[in-house]
Design a binder for this molecule. Structure first.
Ligand SMILES: [Zn+2]
Length: 275
């Protein structure tokens, strides 16, 4: 699940770089251990174990098993979340806009639920269930709400929670039996093993996911005949004094990018639904 408007620290490098660097460092340490520390007759088995692990991490993003796992995990989290809040009716006009969007994207199990809250919040599952707060529904214009829905749908379509799960899988390298050896080796090299930047990778991945979902939303809005500039408008609303995250650099970057992309994609000859 990804919460709309979550704030992340400014990490400019792409998540993939962080992810790969982290993984490659860890794997190198493990391989060195196999070659240098374990008994010679066990070296091959040791190396194979690491290779198997690396290939399972590398195929994680595209694995259909992982996709099903992420779906179940997201659905469970949402069920738990909804059991703790008061559900409210989704206004008919919001339902109509949501339907317009779903007709122009992948055929997921799309569903929209609203709940009572004093916070600006929306979240989505990889299966296509979007949950939105009453505060957001009541404070944003219909167009801005539509942009937020499109953004959340972007998280679902792009399978962002599966990607986060894959990062967690990579992190399990630290819990592999070989990890003790890895730690020893790291210490020998003067590296603090806890310094591996998995936390940074997660932050970078989150930031990348937000930008990707914004870009997806802009394209989807445009495709649905809805003004694509509404994405940057929604982000600006979030950044306004009444929003919670004003002046945050990550949000500023998102607004600028959303504005640029919206202007680029905007088809001036097209009659957009305007609101
Ligand atoms: Zn988001």
């Amino acid at each position: 699940m990804v919460i709309f408007g979550l704030i992340f620290s400014a990490i400019l490098a792409s998540a993939n770089n962080y992810f790969n660097e982290y993984l490659m460092d860890a794997v190198k340490g493990e391989r060195d251990y196999c070659r240098l520390v374990v008994a010679p007759d066990k070296t091959e088995a040791c190396l194979k174990k690491i290779d198997d692990f690396v290939s399972s991490v590398n195929s994680c993003d595209t694995s259909s098993t992982r996709y099903e796992e992420a779906k179940i995990s997201d659905a469970q989290q949402q069920k738990e979340f909804l059991s703790q809040v008061e559900e409210v009716a989704v206004p008919a006009r919001v339902k109509t806009m949501f339907r317009m969007l779903t007709e122009n994207t992948l055929d997921l199990d799309w569903k929209l639920t609203a709940y009572n809250s004093e916070e600006f919040a929306a979240q989505s599952s990889i299966g296509g269930h979007i949950i939105i707060s009453s505060k957001l529904l009541n404070s944003f214009t219909l167009g801005e709400v539509t942009a937020v829905l499109a953004h959340e749908m972007g998280h679902s379509v792009k399978r962002h929670s599966q990607q986060h799960g894959c990062l967690a899988l990579a992190w399990t390298l630290k819990d592999q039996p070989l990890n003790l050896a890895f730690k020893t080796f790291s210490l020998m090299q003067g590296i603090e093993s806890s310094a591996y930047p998995v936390g940074q990778a997660a932050l970078a991945l989150s930031h990348k996911a937000e930008l990707e979902a914004d870009a997806y939303a802009i394209t989807l809005l445009n495709k649905s005949g809805i003004n694509p500039m509404l994405m940057s408008k929604a982000l600006e609303k979030l950044a306004s004094p009444e929003g919670l995250v004003h002046s945050h650099p990550e949000l500023k970057t998102r607004i600028l990018k959303a504005r640029d992309l919206g202007l680029k994609i905007q088809d001036t000859g097209f009659r957009y639904v305007n609101f």
